[in-house]
Design a protein around this ligand. Sequence first.
Ligand code: F3S
Length: 365
Amino acid sequence: MELLIALGDIYDATRLIPVTSVHISGASYKTIGDAGLKFLSEICKGCHTKAKSTVNPIGMDRERYEEMKVTEEFVSKQKEIIDHYKSLGVLDSWTCTPYLIGNRPGLGEDIAWAESSAVVFANSVLGARTNREGGPSALASSITGLTPDYGLHREDNRKGNALFELDFELEEKDFASLGSFAGEICGTRTPYFRNLSASEDNLKTLSAALASSGSVSMFHVEGLTPEWKLGYEEDCEKVTVERKDLEEIANSWNTNDSPNLIAFGCPHCSTAELKRIADMLRDGWKGPELWVCTSREACRKAPDSVQEIDKQGKVLCDTCVIVSSVEDFSETVATNSGKASTYLPSLCKQKTMFDDMETLIRRFQ
Ligand code: F3S
């Protein structure tokens, strides 16, 4: 409660409001280390969640960690972290796409979510209301069921304030590049996209890329997302997006063309994505190690796809390439994700190869 009140004071909130849903980040031993583990052990003791709470990926698949080349010490510390979250009563989730496994708040619901890609998706695609929480503040909201009332909880702050107009149709891989392009320009502002058609999986990709190149928490797509009619500030920056802008970004993510790992599922794959990958892999696979990261719940819903992918590569649950110890055995990762392309060099010391899912799979068949 002290943490939330301090946060409210910083942002001039006048009250705390109840939340119906929480998503917590900071669960991989790789990212939180011993300091995070100590913090969790102290804060979780004797506490229980008051709001429906899910939690982000950890550093390993809980069932297949032996295939992930993690050390014994890592496994043991990671298990301690899992136990702390479980004692708190968070749902057995370990995914960055809580909205695909039943933690899917609706329009106008006040929530407290960490994990920047999920924050952007929740605000923009679901119309729920959350600030970009950090792991500790989301944890505090889980325990108290409250969050300070400021920022994106207030409708006045949910208008677009940078307009992006497109005059060409996007291909699948462009959603990652567009997110990175707009995120870099926007910083903390809210982009409003015009002339954009997209599937929910496209918007998942866009959300993650917007949140990783900038500090975007929300976007609107004219005619598509639930609050687009809030519009944009008349005097805001206006940008015409050209194909070459997106190509430049995609090229910058191609620093090596011989990957030793191909990783899909950043953010975690939906069941539709699992099915697409499985269908393509039926034509065989001659490529390097293949990781497809997703939630355990998505696996339960798509057992045939999982079985097919596992013949050629690994479906890994509970984890992802960024929060695992990939740097211990890999130098170059190929991915279709803008967020992974941004973080692999800085957080995992990797070179990257970037393209859409189909191009990457066909190239190695
Ligand atoms: Fe999710 Fe890991 Fe990417 S947490 S958004 S798959 S970096």
